[in-house]
Design a protein around this ligand. Structure first.
Ligand code: GLU
Length: 511
């Protein structure tokens, strides 16, 4: 193993959004590419936002996609525990260290005090006042209060937080692998809370302590964390860890299909596409979702699609296995601009995977779907069906929805075409042709084709006048695979039965 160590650090606050899955994937790809370690760290210090079941969801989703961790809460590792709620003592220890070194301080302000401070400064014309070098002098903290008062507040134990002490006018410069040099000035920043009233660390403190202790080499995460990075760099400085600070790479946003705004649950619900990997059962209907899995996406196609949301290999190749992605991946090829979420592209990837899937895997899948509907067919029949439909589906459940007529003779007849074409002399010919088909004993694709086409050309009828009736009688619809192959697969008894039902239907259309 190399020293390259990447962590995926989700907060279990709900189902993992597909953007989070992309973050996990890029971390995985980069770690594997450099022979490094891929770590799962659960950032569960925000008790107010904790959602039971979210951690399991994250793990199930990444399992489904085949992204395996080398170190995780379940697997353990040399740098555990991997759940932040189990590491509380460490954050306390480092916050104490910062206080002792004069780089952090206690603050005792209530929510009312903070609101009052904002009001006061706003009245003086300060735009969005924050807790910083300007305002902290008027607040209740260990910098303004006497030692005795501080002791008193500490013993009372109410509203105690620890804040990072920032000096104004300092430049914070760091190089982001995706964005290049990024500069902040401490004057723009607030004295971030590091330890909260409940004794839990904030995201910033826990994240930095853990990245350091877990020897994380690269932090690859969503763009929304870019603005926090200034505080992170300052924390590394304050803790004396700047030399071993990880490299940062902030991934572009994933945008709604319209290209406007961050991809949202709402857009998914509105346009009927998934924005989560797996289904999630929330407390209400609106908070419950189907995932890529339930929509019928193949996990490999899902990964392939996600890989391209913000990265490209710089070549024409689009279909990549996970191993190929690992080989080709590089942080240098991550794009800066937001990546538009295009569900049609996801379906295209899925279709490519279905077309190149082993028939036996698809047979197993279709068999399972049929069993769920309490239907049973031979493997040969299902294999024939899969062979005919494979190129006509983009999502797995479409095998049964688009190909329903293979399993039932309750057909949805294309009435419009029937009404348009059921007239003399087609009608008499169709009846005659159906009689001829019934007389065929060698029930094979070629024989059926020769007989039917032969009849049409022999009578100089034009395919468009007669063939639609064969197809509609057999399948109800004009869409679908080769009609002769379909008839051969369905078998003579079934087809003859459908031709008879079809004729009744056609004749009804006259009345
Ligand atoms: N817990 C943060 C999240 O939920 C982690 C951000 C980071 O990777 O630093 O995304």
């Amino acid at each position: 193993m190399s020293d390259v160590r990447l962590r995926f650090a989700p907060s279990p606050t709900g189902p993992l959004h597909i953007g989070g899955v992309r973050t996990a994937l890029y971390n995985y790809l980069f770690a594997k590419k450099l022979g490094g370690t891929f770590i799962l760290r659960i950032e569960d210090t925000d008790q107010g936002r904790y959602v039971a079941g979210a951690e399991k969801y994250i793990i199930d989703a990444l399992n489904w996609l085949g992204l395996e961790f080398d170190e995780s809460p379940a697997k353990g590792g040399d740098y555990g525990p991997y759940r932040q709620s189990e590491r509380k003592h460490l954050y306390k220890q480092y916050t104490d260290q910062l206080i002792e070194a004069g780089k952090a301080y206690y603050a005792f302000d209530s929510a009312d005090d903070l609101a009052e401070m904002r009001k006061r400064y706003e009245a003086q014309g300060v735009h969005s006042p924050k807790y910083d070098s300007t305002t902290r002098t008027s607040m209740k903290n260990s910098l303004t209060l006497s030692e005795a008062e501080v002791k008193d507040y500490l013993s009372k134990g109410e509203n105690i937080v620890v804040r990072l002490l920032l000096n104004p006018g300092e430049e914070v410069v760091f190089t982001d692998v995706v964005r290049g040099e990024v500069t902040f000035n401490t004057t723009q920043l607030d004295d971030k809370v590091l330890l909260k009233g409940d004794g839990m660390p904030t995201y910033h403190m826990a994240n930095i302590v853990d990245d350091h202790l877990m020897k994380i080499s690269h932090v690859v995460r969503g763009e929304e964390w870019l603005s926090s990075t200034a505080h992170h760099v300052l924390l590394y400085r304050a803790l004396g860890w700047e030399d071993t600070m990880p490299k940062f790479a902030h991934l572009p946003l994933i945008l709604n299909p319209t290209g406007k705004g961050k991809l949202s649950k709402r857009a998914g619900a509105k346009f009927g596409f998934p924005v989560f990997p797996l289904s999630w059962k929330g407390e209400t209907e609106e908070e419950s979702f189907e995932g890529f899995k339930e929509f019928g996406f193949n996990p490999k196609a899902t990964l392939n699609f996600l890989a391209f949301l913000g990265w490209n290999p710089g070549t024409e190749q689009e279909i990549f296995s996970l191993e190929e992605l690992v080989d080709s991946f590089s942080l240098d090829n991550i794009v800066k601009a937001g990546a538009r979420f295009d569900i049609d592209k996801a379906k295209w990837f899925n279709q490519q995977y279905i077309m190149s899937s082993d028939t036996s895997d698809l047979v197993t899948f279709v068999k399972r779907m049929l069993e769920e509907k309490e239907m049973s067919y031979s493997d040969d029949f299902i294999a024939g069906f899969v062979g005919l439909m494979k190129e006509r589906v983009t999502l797995l459940p479409e095998f049964l929805s688009n190909g329903a007529y293979f399993f039932s003779d309750e057909l949805e007849y294309d009435e419009k075409t029937i009404r348009k074409k059921w007239k003399a002399p087609n009608d008499e010919h169709v009846k005659k042709l159906f009689g001829n088909i019934e007389a065929i004993s060698d029930w094979k694709t070629e024989v059926l084709q020769d007989e039917i086409k032969g009849y049409i050309t022999g009578n100089e009828l034009g395919f468009g006048n007669i063939l639609p009736f064969v197809r509609i009688a057999v399948a109800g619809t004009m869409k679908g695979p080769d009609v002769f192959e379909m008839m051969a697969l369905l078998g003579k008894d079934e087809v003859v039965n459908r031709l008879k039902k079809g004729l009744i239907k056609f004749e009804e259309s006259e009345s």
